[in-house]
Design a protein around this ligand. Structure first.
Ligand code: HEC
Ligand code: HEC
Length: 230
């Protein structure tokens, strides 16, 4: 049996036309504010003129590298990623590997890359493995409750439950290589990372001892290892 065709179909679907027009404009570069995550993915994988492929350091899926301490980018808020690339380019965040790369990126490429990495899946806790490192013991407390005597607020108060981040400005801090978290906290203390708005992280880092930094960095790498991630 034949299904009857719908009787009166408009010959032009205006919203479809508008969609096609917008896509055409974007691909012609007529809409420079538009971020193109596919262009970002290609650049991340292949690099470009003066731009090394991001995957060679940040991992095939933006998951970072524990051994070298290169950070995870996948799943971080887009606005956060964009600000960091701008900071490496303008020198308010120092790093010999990232500064030249960021300076070689156009504003459009930065947006495309931020869009691409923000769209990849973020960290999720692996099944609880091994026994926790004893040096990580004070970590969960700092992360979830802070240290009132030293006026260190709970990390998760700003970074969200489980440290999973709150878009647009608070990055995820769980699942980052321990070496990376340690380096960042020390960079705020030393003033080599100074692009955070209102100096929020500098004032947190300045109150931390080396032992605090070690404990929280170990814990945040994999909160599941200590069995506490609330
Ligand atoms: C040669 C290795 C290398 C390459 C290639 C590289 N990066 Fe990085 N990237 C790093 C390192 C190391 C850091 C951490 C810097 C620090 O300690 O402040 C970093 C940090 C970042 C950050 C900040 C992350 C955060 O959580 O704050 C962003 C964003 C970033 N890179 C984006 C990119 C993009 C996009 C590309 C490709 C265009 C790229 N990187 C290529 C090594 C690299
Ligand atoms: C008052 C709010 C606040 C608190 C509390 C806080 N942070 Fe942050 N943190 C921020 C902001 C904002 C940023 C992003 C800074 C930027 O844009 O450069 C940040 C960034 C970070 C980063 C960099 C992440 C990356 O990918 O580079 C680390 C690591 C970090 N915080 C660790 C901690 C730890 C550990 C604690 C607890 C001891 C903590 N934070 C407590 C606001 C906070």
């Amino acid at each position: 049996m034949k299904t009857p065709l719908p009787r009166s179909r408009p010959c032009i679907n205006w919203s479809l036309m508008l969609g096609i027009l917008l896509i055409a404009c974007a691909s012609l570069g007529l809409n420079p504010a538009h971020a193109d995550s596919r262009a970002g993915a290609t650049l991340a994988q292949q690099g470009g003129s003066g731009i090394s492929a991001c995957v060679s350091c940040h991992g095939a899926r933006g998951e970072g590298q524990a051994a070298t301490g290169f950070p995870r980018l996948a799943g971080q808020p887009q606005a956060y990623l964009l600000r960091q690339m701008q900071a490496f380019a303008d020198g308010t965040r120092k790093n010999p590997m990232m500064e030249p790369i960021a300076r070689a990126l156009s504003a459009q490429q930065m947006r495309d890359l931020a869009d691409h990495y923000a769209g990849l899946p973020g960290w999720s806790a692996p099944v609880k493995t091994g026994s926790p490192d004893p040096a990580a013991a004070p970590g969960p407390r700092l992360a979830t409750a802070g240290n009132w005597d030293k006026e260190i607020p709970a990390c998760f108060a700003c970074h969200g439950p489980g440290g999973a981040g709150i878009a647009p400005h608070f990055p995820a801090i769980t699942g980052q290589p321990r070496a990376y978290t340690r380096t960042q906290l020390k960079a705020w203390q030393a003033g080599t990372r100074s692009n955070d708005s209102q100096g929020l992280m500098k004032s947190v880092a300045d109150r931390m001892t080396d032992a605090d930094i070690e404990a929280v960095s170990l814990y945040l790498e994999n909160p599941a290892a200590t069995g506490r991630s609330e």
